[in-house]
Design a binder for this molecule. Structure first.
Ligand code: 13P
Length: 342
C-alpha cells in the first residue's frame, strides 16, 4: 500500500478550506486503508488546500455559492478559492463517476495582455459551468490570466514543459514554473510540437512524468496525419503514440487530434471519431487497467459552436481541446455550454 501522509507545511491558513481538511483526510485515509490504496492530503504553497487521492474512487464536494459541486477525486486545488470550502467526500461507485468533462482551450502562440478581456467575458457568461473549463495561454500570459481568473472556476494550463525540473536550458520552461504561475494542467506532445520541434513519444513521456512530479495533469496529444489515415494506419499510429507517451500512473488526459483536422475546418465523421475514441478507451485500459474508465479522452480539431454538440454526443468523447474557437469568449463559451449540456 502506498504511503499515507498528512502534512501542514506553508503559511497559515487564509481560507476556509483548510479547516475542514482534517475530517476529510481521516475519512480518506480510512477508506484508502480499506481498499488498500494510498491517500495523501496536504496543505501546500500559499495555503492552497489540495486533496490528492491517487488511484482511489472518491468524489470531493466543494461548496460554492450555497451549492455542493462534486469534482474529480484525484486532485482538487482550491487555489484562490478562498470563498470555497471542501465540505464532503463521498465514495464513488465507478471510475466513470469520478469524471468531470473538460472543455480545454489551447491559445497556441496567440494572445497579448489585451486578450485577457476575453477571459473576463468568458467568466461573466459562464461563472459556474457543469464541465471543467480550462485555458492554456502562452506562458507569457499565464500569471496574468491567473490573476484575472482569481476566485473563478477557470483552470489554467501550459502548452509544453521541459522534462527536467530546472537547469541550463535557455528558453525552456519547467513544469514547476508553470505550476508556480497558476497552471494545473499542461498540454504535451501537440502535433505542432511533434512537427515543429521533432518531439517523439519518449520525450513526451519524460515531460508527462515531470508534469506529474510537479503536480500538473498532463494532456497528452496524439493524432494521425492525413496521409496516415489515407493509408489506413490511423489506429496503428495513435495506438503507438498512446503506448509510448502515456505514463502508467497518475492523473492524465488524452487528446485525440487528427493533424489534418487542426485549423482546417475539416473534422472526421462522427463514426470515425466514435471508432477512434472507443479504440483509445480499450487501449488505455490495456495499458493502465480499470482506472482508464475515469481518464478523459478529448477530441480536438476544428471544434466550434456549430459542431460541438454532435461531437460531445459520441461515446467516450469526454470533452474537447479547442484551438481557434477558444480565443473568443463567445465561441468558447458556447462550446462550454454544449459540453455542460451533454
Ligand atoms: P483548432 O480548434 O484551431 O482546429 O485547433 C485544435 C488544436 O490543435 C487544439 O490543440
Amino acid at each position: 500500500m502506498a504511503a499515507l501522509a498528512t502534512s501542514a507545511k506553508g503559511p497559515p491558513d487564509k481560507g476556509s478550506g483548510g479547516a475542514l481538511i482534517g475530517p476529510i483526510a481521516a475519512a480518506l485515509k480510512r477508506k484508502a486503508r480499506e481498499i488498500g490504496l494510498g491517500a495523501m492530503v496536504r496543505k501546500g504553497m500559499n495555503m492552497t488546500a489540495v486533496v490528492r487521492v491517487p488511484d482511489t474512487l472518491w468524489r470531493i464536494g466543494e461548496e460554492k455559492e450555497g451549492k455542493t459541486r462534486y469534482g474529480r477525486s484525484r486532485q482538487i486545488g482550491l487555489h484562490h478559492h478562498w470563498h470555497c470550502r471542501i465540505i464532503r467526500a463521498i465514495p464513488a461507485r465507478t471510475w466513470e463517476e469520478t469524471m468531470q468533462k473538460l472543455a480545454a482551450g489551447n491559445w497556441k502562440m496567440n494572445g497579448l495582455a489585451a486578450s485577457l478581456g476575453e477571459v473576463q467575458a468568458l467568466l461573466a457568461a459562464h461563472p459556474a459551468p457543469v464541465c471543467e473549463m480550462l485555458l492554456c495561454p502562452p506562458a507569457t500570459l499565464l500569471a496574468q490570466m491567473n490573476w484575472a481568473a482569481r476566485g473563478s472556476n477557470l483552470r489554467l494550463g501550459g502548452q509544453d514543459c521541459h522534462p527536467d525540473a530546472a537547469g541550463a536550458h535557455t528558453g525552456d520552461i519547467s513544469a514547476a514554473m508553470l505550476k508556480d504561475a497558476g497552471a494545473t494542467y499542461v498540454v504535451l506532445g501537440h502535433s505542432e510540437r511533434r512537427a515543429d520541434h521533432g518531439e517523439g513519444d519518449a520525450l513526451i513521456l519524460a515531460k508527462a512524468k515531470a508534469a506529474l512530479t510537479a503536480g500538473l495533469t498532463p494532456i497528452i496529444c496524439i493524432g494521425e496525419t492525413e496521409a496516415q489515415r489515407d493509408r489506413g494506419q490511423t489506429l496503428d499510429v495513435i495506438g503507438t503514440q498512446l503506448d509510448g507517451s502515456t505514463p502508467k500512473g497518475g492523473d492524465l488526459v488524452i487528446a485525440y487530434e487528427p493533424v489534418w483536422a487542426i485549423g482546417t475546418g475539416r473534422t472526421p465523421t462522427i463514426a470515425q471519431i466514435a471508432e477512434v475514441h472507443a479504440f483509445l478507451r480499450a487501449r488505455l485500459t490495456a495499458l493502465i487497467g480499470p482506472r482508464a474508465a475515469g481518464i478523459r479522452i478529448l477530441y480536438g480539431g476544428s471544434v466550434k459552436p456549430s459542431n460541438a454538440a454532435e461531437i460531445f454526443a459520441v461515446p467516450h468523447v469526454d470533452g474537447a481541446l479547442v484551438g481557434g474557437a477558444s480565443l473568443k469568449a463567445a465561441d468558447f463559451g458556447a462550446i462550454v455550454a454544449a459540453l455542460s449540456a451533454a
